[in-house]
Design a protein around this ligand. Sequence first.
Ligand SMILES: O=C(O)CCC(=O)C(=O)O
Length: 351
Amino acid sequence: MKAKTPKSPQPKSASKPKPLTAEQVRFFHEEGYVIVPNVFAPADLEPLRRELEAAIDEKALELKAEGKLTHLHAELDFDHRLAALYRDSKENGEAIMRRLEGLRSGGFRAPEMFDVIVHPKLLAKVSSLLGTQEVVASSVYRLRPKLPNIGRGVVPWHQDSGYFVAACDEELIITCWVPLVDATAENGCMQILPRTHRGPVVEHHTGGNQGFLVIQDENLPADPRQAITAACPRGGVVFMTNRTPHCSTPNYSDHVRWSIDLRYQSAEVPNNVAAMPKKIDAIGKADPAFYAKANVACYPPEADFVVQSRDSKAVAAYPDYVRRRETYEHIKTGYAPGRHWPNSAKPPAEK
Ligand SMILES: O=C(O)CCC(=O)C(=O)O
């Protein structure tokens, strides 16, 4: 993909972004989630949608040049094109999605993605939930194209904390689920079990759909029939805690349910912003107790970065974000305390 620099996420003329209302904050803490429409204006998400469209086009052209694909479906819009490419060839569809989702090949980290992660409209809302100006973004963000009528992308019941180290169970890490199309029950939005997030991280099992972790129904903290359907219009955001059980259902529509999920925490919560993996391991080698004591991230395999701080020098610019993600991708830290969830046939997917 071509090298570009991000646009400034804060247009000079923009009015000060609004925090959540006291009622929305109260609802979030009571219910474990809050769905907020119009966090973004449609135009705010357009650059990301366009960049994803360009990435699909680039990969489709590459596959065509390799003789693997005949029909580019270039006449279709962003919401439909990937579904058509997948219908023609599962292999090609998977290859395109791997390019977009690729966890170990960089993931999607175009400037347009970064601009959404650090968007002041989103950070103002996140800040009001965290109760601090000092905000760290976790690299555990994901892009999810859920295609129509295939099981791929259906996510079983889990708490995000099921993926994080146990030392962070009592911390607050906010998931911001941002649909890039209107998310509905029909196209497979999330289901959320409300008012259960104050309980513990319950037992997860490995080997759910697509290798995801799964909470079996008998281990859910409430009857799954009490789940709410978290429909959310494009521009809106579903905010959830890391202990809020949630899942997502199949897409029965004719279009792709595009979404991204981003995660944020207070800078007080363990994170790896101060160290790259080599440094963490060098200290850990000299002092094995270090890993246990150190502030070394709720999800150690991926890089965290500061997105908001009173100290503006601490805030990661786009090149820092790319460098940190690349470094973590290529150098694995030895600090990886697994949760040791009960085994099943397949290994768990990375979040
Ligand atoms: O997007 C989905 O379908 C599921 C998202 C999810 O499980 C998450 O954001 O943790």
